[in-house]
Design a protein around this ligand. Structure first.
Ligand SMILES: NC(=O)c1ccc[n+]([C@@H]2O[C@H](COP(=O)([O-])OP(=O)(O)OC[C@H]3O[C@@H](n4cnc5c(N)ncnc54)[C@H](OP(=O)(O)O)[C@@H]3O)[C@@H](O)[C@H]2O)c1
Length: 343
């Protein structure tokens, strides 16, 4: 799996609707040469995230879109292969926006920043792709900082069997809440309840959502962690309690839309129930990541947080694997294994 060339996927065109393979251009380049101050990083894991779809479009967003012809942006974990930077040495494990490629040049004048991971690493490297990575931090700060769940309250989370949602629900259980997950298959519902300890789970593809929510949330909904928007948000709004909190994390049901998406029909409930809706972007919490690592790491060690990973082998499969974020065909966190972990 280790290559002598640098395989890359560059953005070839902006998707209209679903992502297709021809939105990417495959290239083989020489492994880049280092200048002073730079390091050469070999990608081990490449994270595939719904936000990749946002970056591929040129709609208004929280970072500049990926330009046509640029290497596709993507977060990853890698290992330093060569260094001309005094703060990094060969063998250091690092994380950063390594992109859809085998090798990335970082630091110096490259414009790419990287973070050194602890050595020795107290957790498996894959935990840093999962709950101890960006998606775990997103769950942690979105739920605790904005959702502010209190023991005994009811928390509902959508895309509940995904990377963010599965951690949200487990943190809410740790906080003493009743937790209901909304997801897209019976298998995922079973995983949430039987493996992760959710109180109930609803398959939004087969259930009447309003009826199912009324049954699962007899005391109403105090916190709705929204990963999805659209019809699911509308159904949840009919059941929110006075002073409900809605951390707005994502809107995945709209990312492939080709027409403008209407706002929630039940918007008036936010007024009637004096509820709080707050959008957030995890990058704003970078200075506080240490708090999340401490708590999530402890809960992981105590077995209070479990996680599933769908690791697809091979960079060449990234353009097809990313579709799994939208077709519901994976449980937990999706990533590509680009090359072997160091032994
Ligand atoms: N604000 C931030 O800083 C931040 C950071 C990370 C992620 N996010 C957002 O958080 C959300 C979850 O991200 P993730 O990384 O944890 O992804 P994920 O949940 O692991 O994967 C996406 C899941 O969304 C569900 N989904 C896809 N299309 C859907 C649709 N049309 N309607 C309802 N559900 C749909 C699918 O599961 P089902 O089988 O349940 O349909 C899919 O597995 C995304 O909206 C993402 O953009 C935001």
């Amino acid at each position: 799996m280790q290559t002598a060339i640098n395989r890359q996927f560059r953005l070839a065109s902006r998707p209209v609707g679903d992502i297709t393979a021809d939105n990417f251009e495959y290239r083989e380049e020489a492994i880049p040469q280092l200048s002073d101050g730079e390091v050469l990083v070999r990608t081990i894991y490449l994270s595939l995230d719904p936000t990749n779809r946002i970056w591929m479009s040129d709609r208004p967003q929280y970072m500049p879109p990926v330009e046509i012809g640029q290497v596709m942006r993507g977060g990853g974990i890698g290992v330093v292969e060569q260094s001309k930077n005094p703060n990094f040495k060969t063998g250091d494990l690092v994380s950063g926006m390594l992109g859809w490629q085998d090798y990335a040049l970082a630091l110096g004048n490259t414009g790419l920043d990287i973070t050194k991971l602890p050595n020795p690493l107290p957790y498996p490297l894959t935990a840093l792709i999962g709950p101890l990575g960006m998606t775990g931090f997103t769950a942690y700060f979105g739920l605790l900082d904005i959702g502010k769940p209190k023991a005994g309250e009811t928390v509902v989370v959508s895309a509940a069997a995904g990377a963010v949602g599965s951690v949200v629900g487990q943190i809410a259980k740790i906080m003493g809440c009743r937790v209901i997950g909304i997801t897209g298959s019976d298998e995922k519902c079973r995983w949430l309840v039987e493996e992760l300890g959710f109180d109930d789970a609803i398959n939004y593809k087969t259930a009447n959502l309003e009826t199912a929510l009324a049954k699962s949330c007899p005391d109403g909904i105090d916190v709705y962690f929204d990963n999805v928007g659209g019809a699911i948000l509308d159904a949840v709004l009919t059941k929110i309690n006075l002073h409900a909190r809605i951390p707005l994390c994502g809107l995945i049901s709209t990312y492939n839309a080709t027409e403008p998406v209407p706002g929630p029909y039940n918007y008036s409930q936010i007024l009637m129930q004096r509820s709080l809706v707050q959008g957030f972007i995890i990058l704003d919490y970078v200075p506080r990541f240490g708090e999340a690592i401490k708590d999530l790491g402890q809960w992981l060690n105590q077995g209070k947080i479990k996680y599933a990973l769908e690791i697809v082998e091979g960079l060449e499969n990234a353009p097809s694997a990313i579709l799994k974020l939208f077709d519901g065909s994976k449980i937990g966190k999706l990533a590509i294994k680009v090359s072997q972990e160091p032994v």
